[in-house]
Design a binder for this molecule. Structure first.
Ligand code: BGP
Length: 478
């Protein structure tokens, strides 16, 4: 009998829950094009991409996948694949050309209402990001994410979106990956707005993002929740870090990696303040560097109460893992995030590499992160809002199938074995698109886009066919 039970156990594959939603993701600047169409205002990404030398091949998102005109095709593909949720973002300057509520661009409103209607008619749930990096240029000139007033502007914009689309949208994410903007936009400067404000910009940017997220959540909670019944989640990128050795220094470096990466943004939202490790480390470094204050801003008691508990579900972006090795405290001679982190990260030589220098194949990493987030933040529901693999765009994309199979199996194990409440998964990305400073050189889509054809022809890749079978079977298939 025991033997028979083992055989049956092996034969019956683990299943995703009946109501689990499989889907795909994209973002306004990366897919829409129509950068100056029908009254849209300029975003800081329009300006950044139009600056020579900022993007590989000087590519821009001016046309991208032309989803501004071809959204019906996008929805038809989602439907054909049997996907039930589509994560997209609203372009703030397409709704409010200057970012301020004095002028609403009706053509922009119509575009998103039409897209949402098309999705609903196809039985697909819209999961809407309010801000995926295309800050109105007018607000970038007012200081962007360094200016705490941006949180107020964001609140006005969020309210307008809840009013305009909230009857149809049940899943909201105010911000996409604050960490990426703050590190690359305000520490290293390789993404818009391109300000290398090493050791200082990142923390002010994180502070303003946390306030902006909380503002959007409170507005929804106070003014819309009872009539619209939706959820406002917090989106955050969390990668997994293994200590390179069992030395206590490397284990401490792992804690720093998780807390400066994931915790810097999530801890204020879920626990009402920065992680203690970050508070202590930046204070210590700042003092050593001669500051009379910490480079990390302090939340007031009132702010702590305001930000604490402002998320209805966790929107997790997870792609990759690293090994971390502690560095000596004085490895860098001026204030920087690198100095605060004091570790070196590498890839395990056994991991396969994607076309993106930062992205490695380590499927158990996602299960580790799901457990970490679940234990640390107790978020209730989790949606994996981004996860995917980059290559050179081949149609028979077996590398992506291997990646998705491995990561989705680990998501399934987290649900079945670890009882973590993951309710949906939107792979990055539905289509090849404008991958920020990499332009069109790296492809993440399960659907190929021909960027040389004016038609921007879409073609399913092998991974799309495979994913379609997974979504239908609700289990991992070969
Ligand atoms: C995430 C972004 C996505 C997407 C993805 C791929 O950080 O939220 O918009 O771009 O990463 O990364 P990249 O474009 O840097 O290769």
């Amino acid at each position: 009998l025991v033997f028979f039970g083992v055989i049956v156990g092996c034969l019956s594959a683990k299943q995703f829950p009946e109501n689990f939603l499989f889907g795909a993701a994209g973002a306004s600047y990366q897919i829409e094009g129509g950068w100056d169409a029908d009254g849209k205002g300029l975003s800081m990404w329009d300006v950044f991409a139009h600056t020579p030398g900022k993007i590989k091949n000087n590519d821009t998102g001016d046309v991208a996948c032309d989803s501004y005109n071809k959204y019906k095709e996008d929805v038809a593909i989602l439907k054909q694949l049997g996907l039930k949720v589509y994560r997209f973002s609203i372009s703030w300057p397409r709704i409010l050309p200057k970012g301020i509520p004095t002028e609403i661009n009706q053509a922009g409103v119509d575009y998103y209402r039409n897209l949402i209607k098309e999705l609903k008619d196809a039985g697909i749930e819209p999961l809407v990001t309010l801000y995926h990096w295309d800050l109105p240029q007018h607000l970038a000139e007012l200081g962007g994410w360094l200016n705490p007033r941006i949180a107020d502007y964001f609140g006005d914009y969020a309210r307008i979106c809840f009013e305009l689309f909230g009857d149809q949208v049940k899943y909201w994410l105010p911000l996409n990956e604050p960490g990426t903007t703050c590190v690359h936009g305000y520490e290293t400067g390789d993404l818009a707005p391109g300000l290398p404000l090493s050791g200082e910009g990142i923390y002010q940017c994180a502070y303003v993002h946390v306030l902006a997220h909380a503002k959007a959540w409170h507005i929804y909670n106070d003014e819309f929740r009872s009539k619209q019944g939706g959820k406002v989640g917090f989106n955050n990128v969390c990668f997994w870090f293994y200590p390179k050795s069992n030395n206590s220094e490397d284990i401490e470096a792992q804690t720093r990696a998780m807390e400066f990466g994931c915790g810097l943004y999530a801890n204020p939202i879920y626990n009402g303040d920065w992680p203690q490790v970050v508070i202590d480390r930046v204070a210590y470094r700042s003092k050593k560097e001669g500051y009379s204050f910490s480079r990390l801003p302090t939340f007031t008691e009132e702010e702590k109460q305001y930000i604490n508990g402002t998320s209805d579900y966790y929107g997790l972006n997870m792609y990759t893992s690293y090994l971390v090795e502690a560095l000596a405290d004085e490895s860098f001679d001026s204030p920087s995030l690198e100095q605060d982190l004091a570790y070196n990260s590498t890839a395990d030589p056994s991991w396969a590499h994607s076309a993106s220098e930062w992205l490695n194949l380590d499927p158990p990493g996602i299960r580790n992160v799901l457990n970490y987030v679940n234990e640390k933040y107790n978020p209730g529901e989790i949606v994996v809002t981004e996860n995917g693999w980059s290559d050179n765009g081949e149609l028979d994309d077996q590398g992506r199938v291997t990646y998705l199979k491995g990561y989705l199996s680990n998501v399934l194990d987290a649900i079945v074995e670890d009882s973590i409440n993951v309710i949906a998964y939107t792979t990055w990305s539905l289509m090849d698109n404008f991958e920020w400073n990499q332009g069109y050189t790296q492809k993440f889509g399960i659907v190929q886009v021909d960027f040389d054809s004016p038609n921007r022809t879409r073609t399913l890749k092998s991974s799309a066919e495979w994913y379609k079978r997974v979504a239908a079977a609700k289990e991992i298939v070969d």
